[in-house]
Design a protein around this ligand. Sequence first.
Ligand code: ZN
Length: 181
Amino acid sequence: MMDDDIPQEELTEVLCPVCNEKLYYIQMMTDIAFERQILIQTYFCKKCLYKKNQVVQMNRGEPLRESLLIRNMDDLRTIIYRSPETRIYIPEIDAEISPGETSSGEVTTVEGVITRTWERMFSAMEGFDGTEEEYERAKRKMETIISWNFFPFTLIMEDPSGTSRIQSSRAIIEKIDQEEI
Ligand SMILES: [Zn+2]
């Protein structure tokens, strides 16, 4: 289904991980920014309301770096599409999120990305290449950010596939070489 038809739901043989009912499936093409298309696939359960979204990118572009200065609480609600290959940095606290273990992209917000970074930093030292002292310092800064009164800070996304998007007119987009990533 590649056109703009109204999405139709289908009953699948996939079982709900929560209540074991058969899940319904729906898919939807959508445009992110101007030239990119993504496919949002949703599985959902009518019994317990379980829902799982998967985002598939439909076309590749040039490697891009996008950054946005997060000034206040409103900026935290900025919508982001993060492709599976995107690396995210917050330079003010030396935090980095490597491309995820999952192969699907996600539509999230700045707040969602930061919350996930925070969870990852606490779940493991994995992905943090520094000393324990540097880790402790980063952790303290991360705690400051998660208390949502540490402004401004910069969110940077580097994406070899060029499909990620920060949905803000203030976002700065630059082309980068593959080797820089
Ligand atoms: Zn269910």
